[in-house]
Design a protein around this ligand. Structure first.
Ligand SMILES: Nc1nc(=O)c2ncn([C@@H]3O[C@@H]4COP(=O)(O)O[C@H]5[C@@H](O)[C@H](n6cnc7c(N)ncnc76)O[C@@H]5COP(=O)(O)O[C@@H]3[C@@H]4O)c2[nH]1
Lengths: 185, 185
């Protein structure tokens, strides 16, 4: 079950390493970007992880929705890993505009392992196709949710956002993100 | 089968992206480090990927063998991936000393997904333990070998080095790497 291993890999090789540093990185970012602490709500100082059911991943969020703009990257986090010295881990900060034209900052990205699921479903030699892919995305989501709920290093530092298939709404993504941001504040 | 998915992930999310740029990165590195092109043999301008059967991975190769020294990193390669802008991909260059005290440069690292296999075997809730781990490492190696042999983007740009369990030889790792480097030259 590919999704099971990818969820564990995402936790053990990424989330467990980066989430403990997230709060500090955001504080450093606010200082260098002259953002008084109140303009970035406490509830949104989490890593928002987008999980689209169709595994259709975009490399730039603004390509998906005009109400989303790339702002800047958080400071780099360098870790020696498996022989690579100072491997760089970073996150991108986006600005999301709501329907009242108010702007909200947040750290958001797609769950990278879904790219592997998508690409594997396109490679005939990888052993699974498009019909199984949706099942694998759901298994990835549930396994990851379960792992993260039991993780002390990660608790309260992330939000998993399961995205249903894109509808015709051009602001589908910004609305989904805002709904989760407002839930916290 | 966790190893199957991790091998595909390693290829689709990493090797397929970085190997086509390797030759250029090494050339740029030689220019900035005043290494005339002949001091770095043609056969060793590949990414050497270490795959220890016991999945015991070190974060700094010089910790494993005194005849290995970290030299410097290749130039960064920045790619927009799944919402992370300018995600950094880099490799480390090491200097390996042979028994005649001659130094050889090479780009070498451990296969990072083995860290996931190792960590999963330690977490009781992940579903597999130490006895299955060796089998999974072998499956990872064979799956990866198979994928890479059929890959146009990667051919001749890598070398997989399967490492048997560490023996008492303190220069086990440098000798294993040198054996593969000399095979090419
Ligand atoms: N968003 C995001 N940013 C990151 O910096 C990052 N680093 C890892 N991951 C994801 O976490 C999981 C565990 O990573 P691991 O390093 O064990 O495997 C990685 C690793 O073996 C290799 N790889 C990827 N990027 C690098 C890199 N920069 N240097 C060395 N190896 C790399 O290829 C595998 C798959 O990578 P991704 O398919 O990008 O997703 C990974 C993976 O799902 C990341 N996800």
């Amino acid at each position: 079950n590919v999704a099971h291993g990818l969820a564990w890999s995402f936790y053990l090789g990424y989330l467990r390493l980066v989430l403990p540093h997230l709060e500090q990185s955001i504080a450093a970012f606010c200082a260098t970007h002259q953002l008084n602490n109140t303009s970035w709500g406490r509830g949104s100082r989490k890593l928002l992880i987008l999980i689209p059911l169709n595994a259709n991943i975009s490399h730039k969020l603004e390509d998906e929705d005009e109400n989303i703009q790339f702002y800047d990257n958080l400071p780099n986090n360098e870790i020696d890993r498996a022989g690579v010295r100072g491997r760089v881990y970073k996150h991108s900060v986006y600005r999301i505009m709501d329907e009242n034209r108010k702007v909200h900052e947040c750290v958001v990205e797609y769950a990278t392992p879904l790219l592997t699921l998508y690409n594997m479903s396109q490679e005939s030699s990888a052993g699974f196709g498009e019909p199984e892919r949706r099942q694998q995305v759901l298994l990835f989501f549930r396994t990851l949710q379960d792992i993260l709920e039991h993780s002390l290093e990660c608790r309260n530092r992330y939000k998993l956002i399961l995205l249903n298939d894109e509808q015709d709404d051009p602001h589908f993504l910004s609305k989904a993100i805002l709904r989760h941001l407002e839930q916290q504040e």
